[in-house]
Design a protein around this ligand. Structure first.
Ligand code: DGJ
Length: 747
């Protein structure tokens, strides 16, 4: 059955000038056409959208870069295919509002003061907003709700930043029930979706599955980014490329569309295959328990949703993201310093920190070439274990009778800088702060306050709380010579009430909390420009492109088992640069799996990232110190290539693989560093041939071993072609064995 329906062209449409716009080529306004098409070019990709005959903003193209003079036709809405599916639901939009019979995922859903919930956005105007940037203004067909869609494309990578600003110009307040940052539409094809999930001490599992009819929701309802899922996705086209897993996602070949959301609060990414097989991705604030009241004249700005395209498989997609993060996201962009090799006290001394003990360990850390000494939890308030102290940010006099200065001076005298652990957003009920301000925590009055790790969450949306946290951090950094803060966050939200504001404003907490977190971090960095910060949330619970604008590195997991870490580091690398991925060498047998590994294996597992040491150095033998010292020196010499080079995942450690290997190549191809791990060899079978990638084909490269060896006959110097095509046959056998080598281009 098919019903007919008259299509009405929007009345504002005839008055608009036709615009053809290109972010890369500059702005080119031309009149005399009846259509409006907007186009952005960057890196190897083109993104285009336009206004259809009904006045909706419709995606046209997202993929490989088109010719500069190629003409893109104006979009047309879908005809009505069945009375059950209106063209409003089957026609893709850049930002589909809920109304007019939309059954696919909406970007925006609003309830008006009079009960109306129908919202239909039409294009009003578009304008260039700086180099490679564009803004499109949309408005409801009758109500005074305006939405500005922002687009900004990075010329190098083609990664597009999208966000929306929703403005209420009605005379009464409205409630925003759902607000996405962006919606992305892919060409109709068969795809494999990749996404990251996990749990405490088990983060960064790469999941891959075919995209089938319906929706796959990746989200956090936890008030924070969360361990459970990470706000990143990649979608690989199935009909091209070599697969490294059970599904058709190619590692180095084939088309991939990917995205990452810059938000550290509750978030949601929905990947849907509609009833007409269109694949769309919608992401932004999580609509679960959302309800942002927007008063007349107020605006709500969404987070940024970054999206990109690669025709070099998942490897190409992650290399684009890594470069983009280093060049544009991190506080030290465009040239972030490779991370200092740190020592962290947590696994060695836990809460039992004191002046003499930390000084003794600091001496040992300095002797192996550590750059930064970080004292973890336990130095403040009445902190003997996790039952007390959070909120009371004064130095514990029993442990540090003369304050932190003697320890900091000692650390400096050893040639290291000093870092300190804090957990600013948290409070133990057993603290002076809680006894004074029990009303400062997230809670619903009269209801239980659920504790996790014996702690509650301070409501950062509350201006007094914001000021308290900003104040104590400023004092801590003003009064002490601290180079680095490890900023921890050890639980997720429960009972997220905010009773200091009227009921209708209380759900704004989901947004204001995170905004205040960002503003505290931004202000702190402004006042203390040399400070460096790590984002930690019981491991990798707060890693996203939002927090990374203010933090220099992250703690990917509390699980420091060197074998488990191989899969975690591999998963992490799909979305985030190794520059920020801290990895400590800790004790063996490991507390998590009771697994025994050699110090060399542990060192190499951590050196394939941003290296740190977290072992109890009081238990080390002279041989251990010698091994660590040699390997830290070798690491320092090639660290920039490892953490900022182009990463090639040569052999995946996932899915029970017995081997894994990775390679990073410096941007100018002058150096490559390889790591290989044999987790278990069987029946005398050797390590798979390593065919390297990304080298300068004709240049000569000299091979040097950081650890391990190759089969006899392997040349010392050979061409890029030789290393890439002939490959290296490692002599690596046994359980938990590791090798690392460098290739240096010869002049
Ligand atoms: C959780 C972190 O992930 C650990 O590294 C450590 O800092 C503890 N918190 C301290 O309480």
């Amino acid at each position: 059955m098919k019903n007919s329906r008259t299509v009405h062209v929007c009345s504002i449409f005839p008055f608009l000038l036709a615009i053809v716009w290109s972010g890369f080529l500059g702005v080119d306004f031309s009149s005399g056409q009846t259509s409006q098409v907007f186009r952005l070019d960057g890196g190897n990709s083109t993104y285009a959208f336009g206004v259809n005959e009904r006045g909706e903003l419709q995606p046209i193209y997202w993929g490989g870069r088109l010719g500069a003079h190629d003409v893109l036709a104006a979009p047309h809405s879908m005809p009505e295919m069945a009375s059950f599916d209106s063209p409003y639901t089957t026609t893709p939009q850049e930002y589909a509002s809920w109304g007019a019979g939309l059954f696919t995922e909406s970007a925006l859903k609003v309830t008006f003061a009079d009960g109306n919930r129908d919202l239909v956005l039409h294009f009003v105007s578009g304008k260039a907003a700086g180099a490679g940037a564009f803004e499109a203004l949309l408005k409801d067909i009758s109500r005074e709700i305006y939405v500005t869609l922002r687009y900004s494309m990075d010329v190098e990578s083609g990664i597009l930043a999208r966000s929306a600003v929703i403005e209420n110009r009605e005379k009464q307040a409205v409630v925003i029930e759902q607000a996405a940052a962006a919606q992305w539409t892919l060409p109709t094809a068969r795809y494999t979706l990749s996404y990251l999930t996990g749990r405490w001490a088990g983060e960064w599992t790469l999941n891959q599955e075919p995209i089938q009819g319906g929706s796959r929701v990746i989200e956090s309802r936890r008030g924070t980014t969360g361990h459970q899922a990470n706000p990143w996705f990649a979608i690989s086209r199935d009909d091209s490329g070599k697969s490294v897993g059970p599904f058709a996602a190619g590692e180095e070949h084939g088309e991939v569309w990917f995205g990452a959301l810059a938000w550290s609060g509750s978030w949601r990414i929905t990947v849907e295959k509609t009833q007409l097989d269109a694949v769309r991705v919608t992401g932004g604030f999580n609509p679960f328990d959302f309800g942002y009241q927007l008063k007349p004249g107020e605006k709500l700005e969404t987070p940024i949703f970054y999206g990109g395209y690669s025709n070099h498989g998942l490897g190409g997609a992650s290399r684009l993201l890594h470069r983009f993060e280093n060049a544009h996201i991190l506080p030290q962009s465009p040239n972030p310093k490779p991370r200092p090799v740190i020592y962290n006290s947590w696994e060695a001394t836990e809460f039992r920190v004191d002046e003499a003990g930390q000084m003794a360990i600091a001496e040992k850390a300095a002797s192996i070439g550590v750059d930064r000494f970080v004292m973890d939890d336990g130095w403040f308030g009445q902190r003997k274990d996790d039952h007390a102290g959070l909120g009371d940010w004064y130095v514990n006099k029993e442990k540090f009778p003369h304050g932190l200065k003697p320890l900091i001076d000692k650390v400096h005298s050893l040639g290291m800088d000093f870092g300190l652990w804090v957990e600013p957003e948290m409070i133990n009920p057993d603290s002076d702060l809680y006894r004074k301000h029990p009303d400062w925590v997230l809670n619903f009055p009269g209801r239980p306050r659920s504790e996790s790790r014996n702690q509650l969450i301070l409501n950062l949306a509350h201006p007094d709380v914001r000021d308290y946290i900003a104040g104590f951090l400023d004092r801590l950094l003003t009064e002490n010579d601290i180079a680095f803060l490890k900023w921890d966050y050890n639980r997720n939200w429960s009972e997220p009430g905010w009773d200091a504001v009227p009921v209708e404003e209380q759900k704004r907490v989901y947004v204001e909390f995170i905004r205040n977190l960002y503003s505290i971090l931004a202000d702190l960095r402004k006042k203390h420009p040399k400070i460096e910060i790590e984002s930690c949330s019981g491991g990798g619970g707060r890693v996203d492109l939002g927090i990374l604008r203010y933090t220099d590195e992250v703690w990917p997991s509390d699980n420091t088992d060197p074998f488990d870490r191989l899969s975690m580091q591999d998963g992490f690398s799909y979305a985030y640069t190794p520059q920020i991925m801290m990895a400590w060498v800790t004790d063996s047998p490991h507390w998590r799996n009771d697994r025994t590994t050699s110090l060399t294996y542990r060192m190499l597992s951590s050196m394939d990232a941003s290296l740190g040491i977290g072992a109890n150095l009081n238990k080390w033998t002279p041989e251990d110190f010698a091994t660590a010292k040699r390997l830290i020196a070798a690491y320092h010499a090639v660290q920039k290539t490892i953490v900022q080079g182009d990463l090639y995942r040569l052999i995946s450690p996932r899915d029970g693989s017995k081997f894994s290997a990775s390679e990073t190549v410096a941007a100018d191809k002058s150096q490559a560093v390889g790591f290989a791990f044999a987790n278990s060899t069987e029946e005398g079978r050797g390590f798979p041939l390593l065919e390297l990638q990304g080298l300068d084909r004709e240049a000569q490269y000299k091979l040097a071993w950081i650890e391990g060896k190759a089969f006899p006959g392997t040349p010392e110097v050979a061409s890029g072609d030789w290393w890439m095509h002939h490959g290296i046959q490692l002599d690596l056998r046994g359980d938990f064995q590791a090798a690392a080598f460098r290739l240096d281009r010869q002049h």
